[in-house]
Design a protein around this ligand. Structure first.
Ligand code: NAG
Ligand code: NAG
Ligand code: NAG
Ligand code: NAG
Ligand code: NAG
Ligand code: NAG
Length: 821
């Protein structure tokens, strides 16, 4: 038995080499024949690309980390950061990204076609209708990908003619075309900035004004070359030596910026950043000497000082915000003191006052004061000017005037009164100012209202440890190379074995009705791991169909374990058998496993109604009754694992994503036993942390033994989520649920937790009981937490629930992870 898998691996290795040779024969000198395709794969090693002849550029899929999706792109392939220079734009998904398993195929009729694993088309190269059929694609060392027909040297389509946010040397832009910024550095949807060569030959940087009600987009220019009549610009050229200029119709060149270029052998790119800055960068080609991308020039000179043509709207930062220029010449936006972002996710957006602003017609009883902001100015929006005032008079003028939002006062004794919203705010680090006077701003705020609002209390707190914990966890759950799997996959495509029907009959039955599957059977059952059901700390789960002897099918969930601690096959098998013996109505049933060489997979029954996470966080929210029932049933499942199995099982990763709902919407815990299986010795060094951020008990970060109380902690977090239908960590709203829940409990404002949940509000006594139980479970000190039996009894109303103490009496998180790392 032991010898067989190795010989198979060997065979596959040989086949793999062959496949590689075949691949590189297909793409010669950057030329791609029709019918070739690429797919988006989690493990970067196996996502193939189409490379230009020298290898400087590659086309393929790139994973975009924070959004967990892929973009079809072209990038600099030889530099460490592999900077993207083009991407398939306006992909029809919310993030502009496509899921793993998506594919791009070079077709004869439509050129490049991008489809997701379900076959849904998201993008294609828009070929002119009259064009002949595509015969090949070509990626050049200039970074251009073009499509050609059989008989023409003029491309039918090229990435240079459909630029996104970047221009490369030898690329040019015709009249009417645009570069569009991204929405964010890692969001590939179109943002609000354009570089546009207008019909009049004028090259402009434009910003979208989102506040108009016009039925088409309205843009304001904030930079222009003025290359209009009598000799208008005809195109924007980025020539081989790095000069970027507008070519006039009398052949004169108007450079965007006249600065000397690096003469060395460098890569160059010009990019319209998501914050509106258009910049040229160089990067040395030698890897060793490289400092990364070095800035050559930017336009506009100082984007914080850029004002739209009509001095309305905003450019770099939103209303009431203050812009300062970073060393990178990129803008940074900050709200003034006592103001905060209107949309917490949009740091470049508008700021709103954290207090009630002064209204006219109300008596002004000295309730407002002025705060001084140094080196800060809002150069527009003046409605009143007072000459020859001293600061005192300037202050009083504003305080006594209900319209006044701020005053700017300068050494010339001129006092400018401004109204809301304040626009084009700017702060200069070195005293230099758009307004050449030496001036400062006094902004009006409500007196003494520096409150500790609940939002301040839980907002952002403990974020640091979460980030550290998160990165530790990410580090450990790195996607493992499924070398063997990938090899096998190719092998299977190359040579289909007719005897492999994926029929259970071919599997060997072992004790306890657990089935042993071959890799081939599971590959067949899942259709090459086509449909992903979810992913957890232990691996990815795929949907599969097993054929039964009599032509019927049963749906299963196949989990590819992404790392296995046991070197020993026997240990793996024994552990799986232990899991296979566990039956409880609130646990997912194991059907079998695959244990071939490095292939370790577990096959579960398929649970149809998705995860508890999807159920809880959808809207409208599930009924209070269902949530209570589910909470109790989960507690029973965990209790069974802790106390009623022959050997205690600590789950280590209790969270709503690991709870599935069956056809009766009963919760079923999945992934139990895996922590042990995958980590035989529970020496809890940080690298062994199991679990998921937000649900991880603090003892993982300390030198305390890991006991079943870690599950109680995670259950407590989940119980609070179930009561509130809110996520444990909501990065969007910057809410840490356990902090907030305790805050509300302590302040007797539990109704804040369940706002507009009428059913729960009607059952406030029970809500309070559940929140109290949750708080008991999340006590930092494991000994303080009840065990699962006690939790179940409290939930069921059998045991009394006392008032819980403060769950985080000492601030552990600030010290814990730092000293561990
Ligand atoms: C690839 O390009 C090189 C250099 O231009 C050329 O010498 C070679 O013949 C090309 N190979 C093929 C197969 O076209
Ligand atoms: C370029 O941007 C302008 C807005 O400035 C828009 O009207 C035009 O349709 C865009 N052109 C293309 C080709 O996207
Ligand atoms: C080209 O046109 C520009 C703008 O009208 C003018 O300043 C320049 O002198 C012209 N150059 C030539 C060579 O005609
Ligand atoms: C690029 O443009 C600059 C400025 O017009 C010119 O001096 C240079 O010779 C051009 N380089 C090439 C390779 O055409
Ligand atoms: C690579 O990108 C990261 C993140 O953008 C940046 O911090 C780093 O300096 C870059 N490195 C190089 C060599 O460009
Ligand atoms: C303002 O002062 C008046 C008279 O002194 C008083 O009646 C009123 O309640 C005060 N209003 C506020 C908001 O303090």
């Amino acid at each position: 038995m032991g010898f067989l898998p190795w010989s198979i691996i060997h065979l596959f290795l040989l086949l793999q080499l062959q496949t590689l040779v075949v691949l590189s024969q297909n793409i010669i000198n950057g030329s791609v024949p029709v019918g070739e395709s690429l797919s988006a794969s989690e493990s970067q090693q196996f996502s193939s690309t189409w490379r230009s002849p020298s290898g400087d550029f590659a086309l393929g899929f790139r994973k975009i980390i924070p959004n967990d999706g892929f973009t079809l792109s072209i990038w600099f392939d030889k530099i460490p950061n592999k900077t993207i220079v083009w991407h398939a734009q306006e992909v029809s998904t919310t993030t502009g990204l496509v899921p793993a398993g998506s594919k791009v195929t070079l077709t004869a009729d439509r050129g490049l076609v991008l489809t997701d694993p379900r076959g849904h088309q998201h993008w294609s190269s828009s070929l002119p209708t009259s064009s002949g059929s595509v015969s090949r694609g070509l990626i050049t060392d200039a970074g251009k990908f073009s499509l050609f027909s059989q008989d023409s040297k003029v491309p039918l389509w090229s990435s240079f003619d459909h630029p996104t946010d970047t221009l490369l040397p030898t690329q040019s832009m015709e009249i009417g075309k645009n570069l569009s910024s991204r929405l964010r550095e890692t969001n590939f949807k179109k943002g609000k900035f354009r570089l546009h060569l207008g019909d009049d030959g004028n090259l402009q940087l434009l910003v979208l004004n989102s506040k108009t009600l016009a039925d088409r987009d309205v843009y304001f220019p904030y930079f222009k070359t003025d290359t209009k009549e009598p000799n208008p610009g005809t195109r924007l050229v980025f020539n081989q030596s790095g000069n970027i200029y507008v070519l006039r119709d009398n052949s004169t060149r108007v450079p965007i910026k006249d600065v000397p270029l690096p003469s060395k052998d460098v890569y160059l790119r010009a990019v319209l950043h998501f914050d509106g800055v258009f910049a040229l960068y160089s990067h040395s080609k030698g890897q060793v000497s490289s400092n990364g991308w070095e800035l050559v020039w930017v336009v506009p000179e100082n984007i914080c000082w850029s004002i739209s043509e009509l001095a309305v709207g905003t450019v770099a930062c939103g209303f009431n915000s203050i812009c300062s220029l970073e060393d990178t010449q990129r803008p940074k936006c900050q709200c003034p003191e006592r103001f905060s972002l209107l949309d917490a996710n949009d740091e470049y957006g508008d700021c709103k006052a954290d207090f009630e602003m002064q209204m006219c017609g109300q008596r002004n009883n000295n309730t407002y004061e002025l705060i001084r902001l140094d080196r800060t100015n809002w150069p527009y929006g003046d409605y009143q000017m007072y000459n020859d005032y001293d600061e005192e008079r300037c202050r009083n003028a504003c305080l006594d005037d209900c319209f006044c939002a701020a005053v700017v006062f300068g050494d010339d004794r001129v006092c400018w009164a401004k109204k809301f919203p304040l626009s084009y705010g700017q702060r200069s680090p070195n005293g230099q100012n758009y307004d050449t006077r030496d001036s400062y701003t006094l902004i009006k705020v409500l007196k003494g209202a520096a409150t500790d609002t609940p939002s301040d209390r839980y907002r952002g707190k403990d974020k640091d440890w979460l980030i550290i914990a998160g990165s530790v966890l990410l580090g450990t759950s790195a996607f493992v190379n499924f070398i063997f799997l990938a090899l096998y996959g190719r092998f299977k495509k190359a040579k289909k074995n007719p005897n492999q029907g994926g029929v259970i009959g071919s599997a060997t039955a072992v004790e306890l009705n657990l089935r042993v599957f071959t890799y081939g059977e599971l590959l067949e059952a899942t259709g090459d791991f086509m449909e992903e059901l979810g992913r957890g700390a232990f691996g990815i789960v795929y949907k599969g169909f097993l054929k039964l002897g009599n032509d019927s099918e049963v749906t299963v969930a196949v989990k590819k374990l992404d790392r296995v601690a046991q070197e020993n096959e026997k240990d793996f098998k024994n552990e799986v058998k232990v899991i296979g013996q566990i039956h409880h109505k609130n646990l997912v049933r194991l059907i079998g496993f695959c244990n071939e060489g490095k292939c370790r997979m577990i096959v579960y029954e398929f649970i149809p109604h998705g995860t508890l996470a999807d159920f809880l966080f959808r809207r409208p929210r599930p009924s209070w009754e269902d949530r209570r029932r589910i909470a109790i049933e989960i507690a029973r499942g965990i209790l069974y694992l802790h106390e009623e199995c022959t050997e205690q099982i600590i789950h280590c990763d209790i969270k709503p994503q690991n709870i599935l709902l069956d056809e009766f919407y009963s919760p079923r815990i999945s992934d139990f036993g895996l922590a042990k299986l995958l980590m035989m010795n529970q020496t809890h060094t940080l690298t062994n942390i199991r679990g998921t951020k937000g649900y991880v008990a603090p003892e993982w970060f300390r030198n305390n033994p890991i006991t079943s109380k870690v599950d109680v902690y995670s259950y407590g977090v989940m119980l609070l989520e179930t009561v509130c239908c809110k996520k444990a960590v909501d990065l969007e709203d910057e809410v840490i649920l356990i902090d907030w829940a305790y805050y509300c409990y302590q302040n007797r404002s539990l109704d804040d937790l369940i706002k507009d949940d009428l059913e729960a509000i009607d059952d406030m006594v029970m809500v309070e009981r559940y929140v109290k139980i949750g708080i008991w479970c999340i006590q930092e000190e494991p000994k303080m937490r009840p065990n699962m039996r006690h939790v179940t009894q409290m939930l069921e109303g059998v045991a009394q629930v006392h008032d819980p103490p403060n769950p985080f009496p000492y601030s552990t998180f600030s010290s814990g992870p730092v000293s561990c790392v």
